[in-house]
Design a protein around this ligand. Structure first.
Ligand SMILES: Cc1cc2nc3c(=O)[nH]c(=O)nc-3n(C[C@H](O)[C@H](O)[C@H](O)COP(=O)(O)OP(=O)(O)OC[C@H]3O[C@@H](n4cnc5c(N)ncnc54)[C@H](O)[C@@H]3O)c2cc1C
Length: 369
């Protein structure tokens, strides 16, 4: 056989086939939010065969970017103001248009899949996922995928205020059904003051949460609100004396009474009722009740995390181990990155870094030492 053909054959066999004879992608991306979608497009643009696994189709993990039901995202200059579900449809359409002409060739393969576990496989990663919605709470179909490099861009889930929560609800949507009714609308629950504060100019903002995070939200709310009230929902506020002194000087009210009920009409949240029966009304409501990183599938990896569980990354977007050394071939992007701003353009930018770094990690030779 011609030497060039033999070399090419060897390369194709080495790069496109896993031991199990299964197709092996160059780069797998977990998550189709702004970070994952950009990572996939950037890696595809470098000629890679990219797999995107996204939970949105098969689970309630829809992604933060696709949340806002009626409030258009308007701080992304590349698209006209657009609601979350429309943005999702447009991203999905774009990725589907990049389907590779043949398996192994450059392209993007998009699959609805909730990733359950990632492990080291032959020369890369094995990714086990649930590829159908749960059937009576059980996994209906499992598939395993293989890739040489991995970008994790699965974001996080926001914590929700414990108001009218169904303790028997097993899934998030069931558990927080009433809260969700008022979420993602112009006058509903907000989760990001920088994103939605502009909806209530000069209005009265109620912020639900405790500690440093909720006070940070109050600091952000000053750009928009005429009046700010912090509701701790029955918990101690956990503010330092300095914070308390500033809150008092700035006329920020702090109410620690437990909240028992929403007061709303349709999907519009108007107020809440305290346990003592008193009703409280405001123009905008924001919750900051912490977050849950979507990284359960990384249980086989010992990674360096921030106190809230987000992942520390190195200069080339690689996940770091607790000793600061990079986890080879595993890249992280978007909201999951510790210390990054939690915004769409930031997520897309880090997705581009991670997608290109993942692609570059597959090159056969580099600049000589
Ligand atoms: C209500 C709201 C309004 C916002 N408004 C704005 C705004 O106006 N402007 C702005 O810039 N930012 C806004 N943000 C912030 C912005 O949405 C996020 O910063 C951005 O979406 C982060 O992108 P990401 O790709 O990292 O994560 P996400 O957008 O959260 O996407 C994560 C993806 O990973 C998938 N996933 C999760 N778990 C798994 C799994 N196990 N297997 C497979 N896939 C999985 C999800 O399905 C999802 O598609 C808002 C956020 C919220 C919640």
């Amino acid at each position: 056989m011609d030497r060039a053909i033999a070399l090419r054959y060897e390369l194709v066999m080495q790069t496109k086939t896993s031991i199990a004879g299964k197709r092996r992608f160059d780069v797998a991306v977990i998550g189709m939010g702004p970070a994952g979608a950009q990572a996939a497009v950037s890696a595809w643009h470098q000629g890679r065969d990219v797999l995107v696994l996204d939970a949105g189709e098969v689970s309630q993990r829809k992604g933060r970017a696709y949340w806002s039901k009626s409030v258009p995202l308007e701080d992304i200059p590349f698209v006209s103001p657009i609601t979350g579900p429309r943005l999702r449809a447009s991203v999905q359409e774009r990725l589907r248009s990049l389907q590779p002409p043949a398996p192994g060739e450059s392209g993007v393969t998009l699959r609805g899949a909730y990733v359950l576990r990632v492990s080291r496989g032959d020369g890369g990663f094995e990714i086990e996922a649930s590829t159908k919605p749960l059937l009576r709470g059980e996994i209906a179909e499992r598939e395993t995928f293989a890739a040489r490099a991995l970008v994790v861009a699965s974001g996080f889930e926001d914590g929700w205020p414990e108001i009218e929560v169904d303790p028997a609800g097993r899934r998030m949507l069931e558990r927080y059904r009433t809260v969700f009714r008022y979420a993602g609308n112009g006058s509903g629950w907000h989760l990001c003051i920088r994103c939605d504060g502009h909806l209530h100019p000069g209005g009265h903002f109620a912020l639900v949460g405790v500690g440093e995070e909720i006070y940070e939200a109050a600091i952000g709310a000053q750009d928009f609100a005429g009046r700010i009230t912090i509701l701790t929902n029955g918990r101690p506020h956990a503010f330092t004396p300095a914070v308390l002194a500033q809150a008092e000087a700035r006329d920020i009210e702090i109410d620690t009474r437990p909240i028992v009920r929403h007061i709303g009409r349709g999907t519009e949240l108007r107020g809440v009722q305290f346990a003592d029966g008193e009703e409280f009304y405001a123009d905008g409501f924001l919750a900051d009740e912490g977050l849950e990183p979507n990284t359960g599938f990384l249980q086989d990896f010992d990674l360096w995390r921030s106190p809230d569980g987000l992942l520390r990354v190195g200069d080339s977007s690689e996940a770091l181990r607790p000793d600061g050394s990079p986890e080879p071939g595993l890249f992280v992007a978007g909201d999951l990155v510790a210390g990054a701003r939690k915004l769409i353009a930031t997520a897309a930018a880090s997705g581009q870094d991670a997608g290109l770094a993942a692609s570059d990690s597959l090159r056969r030779w580099t600049y000589p030492d």
